[in-house]
Design a protein around this ligand. Structure first.
Ligand SMILES: [Zn+2]
Length: 363
């Protein structure tokens, strides 16, 4: 098995195009065409983590946080980032991160956090917008089935938890093949009427090219007919944060104590709030930008990794702002990587890093 096989599996669950524009998820070093000897899973890549990978004979490090955000202008070892890059290259180690693409994915980081605290009826707190398109194609009736199948195989037709979604309507297509054409049906120079099916389906815009290529392979016409429309629909299964409900209400004190225990937080910061907690929104890491959304959707509590001093004022007793620490809120990403990789490659050597410790210390 090659390193690229493992990364492909991760990206099936967390496609890179789902990452935010500021992000830099993906591959930083190494050759993905090497045979994989083992993978070390971590939240942050440090020099100690790379030493650990060497010691455990892993030539792949899978992290949640990107090693490199800003472009490097030189590579001399003056920062830990550069030293990590140099050490990884010298030792033929691939460093890879799935960051906001894993946050935004269906069943991504925040879904996992919601499961940890026992939420159900979970929905994306801030669904992606302007990322879906509608594909309409017109095919001879006898080819409708095979075209639909190919579109679905290429990733079209998902709505919520449903797949194979399409709308189909029969009608008459007309065309005239002119000189130089090689029409699938009809005669050169004559108007032709063909019983066609108009197939409509939905897909994420980032797979548009792959879906169109697949369509072209099976559509019988010399000039396959299709239209692509941008949609204003939210992509309800993809986006940042999650919101869900606990099976029973909990008073603030019990809720905070439980959250502290679940996330092994040394210090939980919270805002003034007195109502019981039932509906909870979560965004691991730096999720404070979602506080207004959580309030608008009437969550009782919002859990995140870090927030500014003023955020605690700005919530104005409308929600229990609960800040558990950035590292604490995302260290579970190692488990997500483990689940994804081990499900597909059950015998592959996977290790959890034991040295990517919280860089924030508490007195
Ligand atoms: Zn983070």
């Amino acid at each position: 098995m090659y390193i690229r096989d493992i990364l492909e599996e991760i990206e099936l669950h967390a496609p890179l195009p789902l990452q935010e524009s500021f992000d830099n998820a993906g591959i930083y070093t190494g050759d993905v065409n090497l045979k994989a000897t083992g993978a070390l899973l971590c939240l942050d890549v440090t020099e100690a983590v790379i030493d650990e990978a060497i010691e455990k004979e892993c030539n792949l490090i899978v992290a949640h946080h990107p090693l490199v955000f800003k472009p490097l202008k030189s590579l001399t070892g003056k920062t830990y980032i550069e030293r990590c890059m140099i050490k990884a290259c010298k030792n033929n180690i691939v460093i890879y991160a799935a960051h906001t693409n894993l946050d935004n994915a269906s069943y991504g980081v925040n879904y996992h956090l919601g499961k940890l605290i026992g939420l159900h009826n979970m929905n994306i707190l801030n669904p992606h917008q302007n990322s879906l398109v509608k594909l309409v194609t017109f095919v001879p009736a006898a080819f409708a089935e095979v075209v639909r199948e190919v579109l679905f195989q290429a990733g079209a037709g998902h709505i919520g938890k449903y797949d194979l979604c399409s709308f189909n309507m029969e009608g008459d297509g007309t065309f005239r093949a002119n000189k130089g054409c090689q029409p699938f049906c009809g005669e050169i120079g004559k108007t032709h009427y063909e019983k066609e099916v108009r197939i409509e389906t939905i897909l994420p815009s980032f797979i548009k090219d792959a879906v169109i290529s697949a369509l072209r392979l099976v559509h019988p016409y010399e000039e396959p007919v299709f239209d692509i429309y941008p949609l204003n629909n939210n992509w309800t299964t993809v986006g940042s944060g999650i919101i869900g409900e606990m099976s029973a209400s909990e008073n603030v004190k019990h809720f905070l104590q439980r959250i502290k225990r679940i996330f092994h937080s040394s210090c939980v910061k919270y805002s003034a709030f007195t109502n019981d907690i039932r509906k909870v929104a979560i965004c691991g890491g730096s999720g404070a930008f979602l506080i207004p959304k959580a309030i608008a959707l009437k969550a009782d509590a919002f859990i995140t990794g870090e927030a500014r001093y003023n955020d605690f004022y700005d919530v104005e007793n409308k929600i229990l702002l609960t800040v558990i620490g950035h590292h604490e809120s995302e260290v579970c990403t190692k488990d997500i990587f483990y689940q994804i990789i081990s499900k597909k490659f059950p015998t592959f050597a996977l290790h959890f890093s034991s040295v990517d410790l919280n860089p924030v210390k508490y007195l």
